[in-house]
Design a protein around this ligand. Structure first.
Ligand code: GLC
Length: 533
């Protein structure tokens, strides 16, 4: 039996992008009251926890990842009292709450940054950030060659001539983690939310937080890297782990750690650091049996020595929707990346997304489900330019389509926009042809994506072999195009990524299939959960 304090080892966690989940007050923007009204939906879906994207006061220069005040809820979303009530009432439904912490940067409207601007060069207030003089005769060039993740230079110049560092948008100044205030403040923010019942935190850009204070130019292959995965970061998370464990019900720390080197990744999961971290190797893997097997094997091998459970993620608010991605041929470029206009076959993509759902829900560890994935929503690739908010789009002059296409408000019911979401117009327009994808419509259809997720999540809870635990490859089963593994002597998952139907093991009984068996065989792009004899 899993220790209830270790719920995070096998949880199914639903990601709520508040702005686009449900709108109770009719302004076209999702809110906490909307989430509250849909708690029965989430409970019925069968998830163990909710992870909320940042819900704090913010100018929304990057969808709330520009936090102006961690102790206040964004007014469009609701109030602190509502957040407290939501955390408590979700728990009444057996659902824990995870909040998002963004340690790398704050909003340029944050009190600290405003103080720093006002206080001027050389002031103590500027020490909490990375202010520097520019290079060149007149200081007209940025202090180094670092670029923003969203395009362009990572530096912006202020009227007094100094420059400040922002690895993301210019409205997101990077904090200086060498500064004791920065550490103390974040620990207080963690306590603030843990005291209000948050069961854990998702840590944004967790490996990018600490910088080389000399801010050297980035040179290819630099080791240590000047801003990625620096050793000093581990002290920060060790302190957070102590804090998380000071609670009678220890809180969980979940890192957003994008690192190519699995060994370096695993260091974040040592027993006195983070509890889990997102597994992006799996997410970025195309629909290819060899590569998926390799991604799964590497993931498990890397987690084993630190005894941390793996996480399985198919989608989030930064990634092209799954059915759109899997409907494309592997183009060879970063599979998860935003690239619109590449032809996709949504029928094929949906079939594969259904199979991928059963695959990821059967793998050992915890699993993340981004809102709308349970409805099989496609990426919205034709948003009018005027409505696009993502700085990734704007900082690249549209060369990068940005991430708004996976952030479109959910369709709940009815035949026309806003499909029961709330007020109209919605902050991003919904495609007019989403009537078939609403929760209402899919609830009536036992073959829908929603029905599949509901059944799979229910089974995942009742099958003791699922969630945390071990996996064994089903040796000698099928060929290279088939992923087959057992989670116990009696439970197997088989996924057919090949072009031919596959015979199922003799004497096995189907618990759940992502499609229809044909003459007892598993068709291409289909997955099945089996009870073994
Ligand atoms: C993370 C978030 C992303 C955000 C960025 C900057 O990658 O997931 O949405 O834009 O950090 O905070």
């Amino acid at each position: 039996m899993l220790n209830p304090h270790e719920w995070w080892r096998g949880a199914a966690i639903y990601q709520v992008y508040v702005r686009s989940f449900a709108d109770a007050d009719g302004d076209g923007v999702g809110d906490l009251a909307g989430v509250h009204s849909r708690l029965p939906y989430l409970a019925e879906l069968g998830v163990d926890a909710l992870w909320f994207n940042p819900w704090y006061a913010s100018p929304m220069a990057d969808g709330g990842y520009d936090v102006a005040d961690y102790r206040a809820i964004h007014p469009a979303f609701g109030t602190l009292a509502e957040a407290e009530r939501l955390i408590a009432e979700a728990l009444d439904h057996g659902i824990r709450t995870i909040i998002d912490i963004v340690p790398n940067h704050v909003s340029d409207q944050h009190r600290w940054f405003q103080e720093a601007l006002a206080a001027g060069p050389g002031s103590a207030a500027r020490e909490r950030f990375w202010f520097r003089e520019g290079r060149g005769e007149e200081g007209e060039l940025p202090p180094n060659n670092w670029t923003s993740q969203f395009g362009g230079s990572a530096w912006t110049r202020v009227p007094d001539g100094q420059w400040y560092l922002h690895r993301f948008a210019s409205a997101q100044p990077d904090l200086n983690w060498q500064h004791p205030d920065v550490r103390t403040e974040h620990e207080e923010v963690l306590r603030f939310w843990f005291d209000r019942g948050a069961a854990g935190v998702r840590i944004d850009s967790a490996a990018e937080v600490v910088k080389d204070p000399n801010l050297p130019d980035l040179v290819e292959g630099a080791d240590p890297h000047p801003y990625l995965d620096r050793d000093e970061i581990h002290d920060v998370y060790r302190a957070w782990r102590k804090l998380a464990e000071s609670y009678a019900q220890p809180r969980a720390l979940i890192g957003e750690v994008w690192l190519p080197d699995p060994e370096r990744f695993a260091r974040y999961l040592r027993p006195d650091e983070l509890h889990t971290a997102f597994n992006f190797g799996f997410l970025t893997c195309p629909w290819d049996a060899e590569r998926l097997r390799e991604a799964i094997t590497t993931t498990l091998a890397v987690h084993a020595p630190v005894r941390a459970p793996a996480t399985w993620v198919l989608a989030n608010h930064d990634i092209t929707r799954t059915v759109t991605r899997y409907g494309r041929a592997d183009t060879g470029f970063d599979f998860a990346a935003k690239a619109h206009g590449i032809p996709t076959d949504l029928e094929l993509g949906t079939r594969r997304a259904r199979a991928a759902a059963l695959l990821s829900l059967a793998l050992p560890g915890s699993v993340y489900l981004y809102q709308g994935e349970e409805l099989g929503l496609p990426e919205v690739e034709d948003l009018p330019v005027e409505v696009i908010e993502d700085p990734m789009f704007h900082r690249t002059d549209g060369a990068d389509p940005g991430r708004d296409g996976c952030r479109v408000p959910l369709p709940w019911s009815g035949d026309d926009p806003p499909f029961g979401f709330g007020g109209s117009p919605t902050w991003l327009p919904q495609p007019a042809d989403w009537a078939g994808l609403t929760v209402e419509r899919q609830s009536e259809d036992p073959q829908s994506m929603l029905a599949l997720y509901r059944t799979a999540l229910r089974l995942r809870r009742s099958e003791s072999a699922l969630g945390d635990g071990e996996l064994s490859w089903f040796d000698g089963y099928g060929d290279g195009e088939v992923l087959a593994f057992t989670r116990s002597e009696r439970f197997a998952c088989v996924v057919n990524l090949g072009a031919e139907p596959v015979q199922l093991p003799a004497g096995s009984r189907v618990l759940l299939c992502s499609g229809q068996l044909a003459d007892g065989a598993l068709p291409p792009d289909t997955a099945v959960w089996l009870r073994l004899p």
